[in-house]
Design a protein around this ligand. Structure first.
Ligand code: SF4
Ligand code: SF4
Ligand code: FES
Length: 258
């Protein structure tokens, strides 16, 4: 029988254990993925005992407490801390989510924190989103209209047309959906993935845009679009409650019905 082995340096090792020094009786054990490209060691899981009595309610608060009080080298991305920018997305207890909106009290037992799955890791909890951003750029996410080239005035649309963007304009490009999608895991260099396809649909669906046909033509591709097999992981993982699978189905329907 053929045996497969992981390369030695891809194995995740047991890391350091940081014991609580506060004497608190309300501790949470937090296991965090660590990897630093500059020290050429295997990734490891460090465990921190965190005094929850003196910590804010969100997973991001725990990460800040660890960084500020225990290990300043812990690396993660965040900006708004209010679920608006999408930069703090990570895998918390097996689910892709925003660490700034996820309450740690929702999780009983140890808390396990990893970077978003199937991305190259830049450091610790920071995944490399370079490919996703290039794919986002490829769908030209801006309004394309001849009227717009000649005017500096607002281009209006009816309330009904504006309502058609609901459920799409709210996307904060956190990548929770794309990194939960098995098709994107295996073909992420070619398949655009749910986040970018939802964004593509947002512009295809904008009544003011004059490039709808071209936009549809650009995504009508066996690899870019039809790698979606409607598994729905994307929709289940969106922390904003959006439905990228529906956006993808809508694009497919538009292409099928001409
Ligand atoms: S659709 Fe949801 S999960 Fe996907 S990038 Fe947008 S906000 Fe994030
Ligand atoms: S519905 Fe499509 S995009 Fe969403 S997880 Fe499944 S394959 Fe990926
Ligand atoms: S820090 Fe902006 S969404 Fe979490």
């Amino acid at each position: 029988m053929v045996q497969f082995n992981l390369p030695q340096n891809s194995k995740i090792l047991k890391g350091k254990y940081y014991k609580d020094k506060s004497g608190s009786n309300n501790l949470k054990k937090v296991n965090v993925y660590r990897w630093d490209p500059s020290i050429k060691e295997n990734p490891r899981i460090d465990t921190f005992e965190v005094n929850i009595k003196e910590c804010g309610p969100k997973v991001l608060d725990i990460l800040f407490k660890i960084k500020n009080e225990i290990d300043p080298s812990l690396t993660f991305r965040r900006s708004c801390a209010h679920g608006v920018c999408g930069s703090c997305a990570m895998n918390v207890d097996g689910v892709n989510t925003l660490s700034c909106t996820k309450s740690h009290s929702d999780i009983s037992g140890d808390l396990n924190i990893y970077p978003l799955p199937h991305l190259k890791v830049v450091k610790d909890l920071v995944g490399d989103l370079t490919t996703l951003y290039k794919q986002y750029e490829s769908v030209e996410p801006w309004l394309k209209t001849k009227v717009g080239e000649k005017t500096t005035k607002e281009i209006k649309q009816s309330q009904e047309d504006r309502a058609k963007l609901d459920g799409y304009y709210e996307c904060i490009l956190c990548a929770c959906c794309s990194t939960a999608c098995p098709s994107y895991w295996w073909n992420g260099d070619k398949y655009l993935g749910p986040a970018v396809l939802l964004q593509a649909y947002r512009w295809i669906n904008d009544s003011r845009d004059e490039d709808k046909k071209e936009r549809l033509k650009k995504v009508a591709d066996e690899l870019k679009l039809y790698r979606c097999h409607t598994i729905m992981n994307c929709t289940n993982s969106c922390p904003k409650g959006l439905n990228p699978a529906k956006a993808i189905a809508s694009i497919k329907k538009m292409l099928a019905t001409g």
